[in-house]
Structures are given as structure tokens and as C-alpha cells.
Write a protein that binds this ligand. Sequence first.
Ligand code: SF4
Length: 121
Amino acid sequence: MTAYDWQTDAICAQTDPELFFSPDPKELQAAMNLCGTCPVIKQCADLRKQENHRYGIWAGQYYSDSSTPRTPKKRGLTPSFDHEYARDLAAQGIPRKQIAQQLGCTKAALDYALNPKRKTK
Ligand code: SF4
């Protein structure tokens, strides 16, 4: 018996694990809901804290580059957003609206990612 044996009872081990790290807020919410039915949620929360996992859904909470739970962004960019892939698609002439749909973000978020208008001091 190992310290990780409880993971065989984890709901996420019986579903698509990508759901727990999805860029789509709807999927993240679905993952959070699944955690609510998970029999090992306490062990999961303890493991996240011990190993300082900072991305995805853990024990029904969403983490994004922080040990503090956050609310999934509303179809904005997520830590897993692939800027290079988005630029490649745009370079192929694919309409940005279509790219945004494919990458699960809004067109406004994609526009920002491809052409950030950062203020300089
Ligand atoms: S509580 Fe943890 S182990 Fe259970 S489904 Fe959620 S992420 Fe997986």
C-alpha cells in the first residue's frame, strides 16, 4: 500500500483528466462539480497543498499560477493558452473568430493575445 492508493477512487481517474485542466470555463465548472461527488476530496486537497500544485482543478477549487483558489475566467485566456499555436493559425489566414472558438476563448481575448496594446511608462 502506498500513500497514493486513494487516487484509484478519485472521480477524475475515471473520467477525462483533461477536463480538470481545460481552457474552457464550462468544462472547469463541470470538473468542479465532479469533485463535489469525489470520495477522496480531502486527500486531494492535502496532496495539492503538500506538493504545491498551482494549475487546474483540485478538490473542487480552481488554481491558476497561485496557491489561492480562483474563479475560472469567463472565456478569457488561461495559463494553458498556446500563444504560438494561435499565432500560427492567424498566420494561415484563419479568421480570428474561428480561432477563438477553437481555442475556447473570446475573440477579444484572442485579439489581445495577438496584438497586446501594453502601455509603457
Ligand atoms: S476532488 Fe481531487 S481527486 Fe477528486 S475528482 Fe476532484 S480533483 Fe480528482
